[in-house]
Design a protein around this ligand. Structure first.
Ligand SMILES: Cc1cc2nc3c(=O)[nH]c(=O)nc-3n(C[C@H](O)[C@H](O)[C@H](O)COP(=O)(O)OP(=O)(O)OC[C@H]3O[C@@H](n4cnc5c(N)ncnc54)[C@H](O)[C@@H]3O)c2cc1C
Length: 439
């Protein structure tokens, strides 16, 4: 048996989790059981794969196993941008190869429309709104990035609006930025509320077990998955647990567990809302990937997300939380001098799986084992669509999008330790220094 050497153990103060509707958590798995299909990980990818497998195989039980509570892990900790456009941070214009970009756009739009339909159909209370997003710049270098992105959007034939620094306060209140690029297709949402709602609206032939970390695995004709109170034997296993997939023996030395940090303010008073001005609901992403993502939420809080750390053991680091909350505060003060008395109520971290070549894995990992892994930071739409298409492919379907995903070379190998940590830490440090006022 292979021991799963690291388990998710997220920190406790995620604002989205605490401010989303409470729900009845599903029971842990206890004892021994068998299922034809078992999926590990109830984030966007696993929830989508479970739903689609259940539709494809209505007479089978589909088992979905989650180590923590749904909505508590990374899927509930992100900034809530369900982005339609390709977002290739490796390309100068964020678009890159035009053929890849066109297919990526189709994938993202499909992921978005799946989520939107589910939210409508099941009345999921997650404040999903087609509000678009602003990409904003403060420094000359950031403005050059926006100009390059504009050229990329022209190449892809996608609409946008350039907003001058003077006009930006009418949109987002603050006059901090020098220029913005508004693209209308992004949906903003409350991520923890979304995944909780998705979990509670799964088809009746999906059985979800929460708080059931899988601690050992044995591969063979059947896959045996052990946890602290028993085991589940699967005919087919689907790994949808992002960077933790490496701990199941696959894609080793490819996915980089990088943690991101976010803080959520208390709700603004009516006076503070008036002092801020602008629209009542918006989201800004930075022109520099190391800059700050900022949102005004449905309940008039401000979300601030910046800072990264490399956590090879995949566990949160308290000293980083303690340090980065100060950076969040400084970034807030720079943008919102009109809100001097607004404190953060919540600060948290969440783990990403990044690959050096920005590619994810989709397909078969071993006999009876499949996976959709390595979100590369944009898993709301991407995880939803890859989970759905993985289930379609397993059940025999082929189409342009599935072929595109299968043709990917997947995440590439990274150098061994200690070179890896030295390299990643230096890149993160330099990126965060270089971001300057964008952070
Ligand atoms: C601060 C922050 C901001 C972000 N902002 C955005 C954004 O605005 N838009 C966007 O699209 N993405 C964003 N992301 C990234 C996004 O959250 C991820 O891409 C997404 O959650 C990946 O989905 P997933 O289902 O593939 O994996 P995950 O959401 O990581 O789900 C995997 C699940 O597997 C479970 N698991 C792992 N190991 C085991 C085990 N041994 N046994 C059982 N269960 C296990 C975990 O507990 C976890 O719940 C952000 C992330 C962070 C941290």
């Amino acid at each position: 048996m292979l021991k799963v050497a690291a388990l998710p153990a997220d920190d406790k103060n995620c604002g989205w989790y605490h401010t989303s509707p409470k729900r009845q958590v599903k029971a842990k798995h206890v004892g021994n059981s068998h299922a034809r299909w078992v999926i590990i990980g109830a984030g966007y990818t696993g929830l989508a794969a479970a739903r689609q497998l259940a539709v494809r195989y209505p007479d089978d039980e589909v088992v979905l196993v989650e180590a923590q509570e749904v909505g508590f892990g990374t899927a509930g900790r992100n900034a809530g941008f369900a982005i339609d456009l390709p977002h290739d941070i490796g390309a100068e214009d964020y678009i890159g190869d035009i053929e890849i970009a066109k297919t990526t756009l189709k994938l993202n739009l499909l992921g978005q429309s799946i989520l939107h339909s589910l939210v409508q159909e099941h009345g999921i209370d997650c404040h999903m709104r087609a509000s678009g997003k602003y990409q904003a710049a403060v420094e000359t270098r950031g403005i050059a990035v926006l100009e390059a992105y504009q050229r990329g959007l022209d190449k892809l034939g996608q609409p946008y609006e350039v907003i001058s620094g003077q006009d930006l306060p009418n949109h987002i209140g603050t006059s901090f930025y020098k220029r913005g690029l508004f693209t209308p297709g992004t949906m903003l949402l409350q991520p923890s509320a979304l995944v909780k709602g998705l979990a509670d609206s799964l088809p009746s032939n999906v059985t979800l077990y929460e708080n059931t970390p899988i601690i050992e695995v044995e591969y063979g004709e059947k896959v045996i998955l052990k946890h602290e109170s028993g085991q589940i034997t699967a005919d087919k296993l689907i790994l949808a647990n992002n960077a933790f997939g490496q701990r199941f023996g696959f894609l080793k030395h490819t996915m980089l567990p990088v943690f991101l940090y976010a803080s959520l303010s208390r709700p603004l008073t009516e006076q503070e809302q008036a002092d801020l001005g602008g629209k009542s609901f918006w989201g800004v992403i930075p022109s520099d990937p190391f800059g700050s993502t900022v949102r005004r939420t449905h309940d008039n809080r401000i979300l601030m997300r910046n800072s990264f750390s490399f956590n090879p053991n995949q566990q949160p680091k308290q000293h980083c939380l303690d340090k980065f909350v100060h950076r969040h505060k400084k970034s807030f003060e720079r943008r919102f001098p009109m809100l001097p008395k607004v404190d953060f109520e919540y600060t948290w971290s969440g783990s990403l799986a990044l690959s050096q070549n920005h590619k994810g894995f989709f397909g078969q990992l071993a006999p009876n084992v499949y996976g959709a892994l390595c979100c590369n930071g944009l898993g709301i739409t991407r995880g939803t669509v890859t989970g759905t298409l993985l289930a379609d492919w397993i059940s025999g379907e082929r189409n342009e999008l599935i072929d595109f995903l299968l043709s990917s070379s997947g995440p590439n190998r990274v150098p061994p330790e200690p070179f890896l940590s030295i390299g990643v830490n230096a890149t993160l440090w330099w990126g965060q220094m270089k971001a300057g006022l964008e952070s």
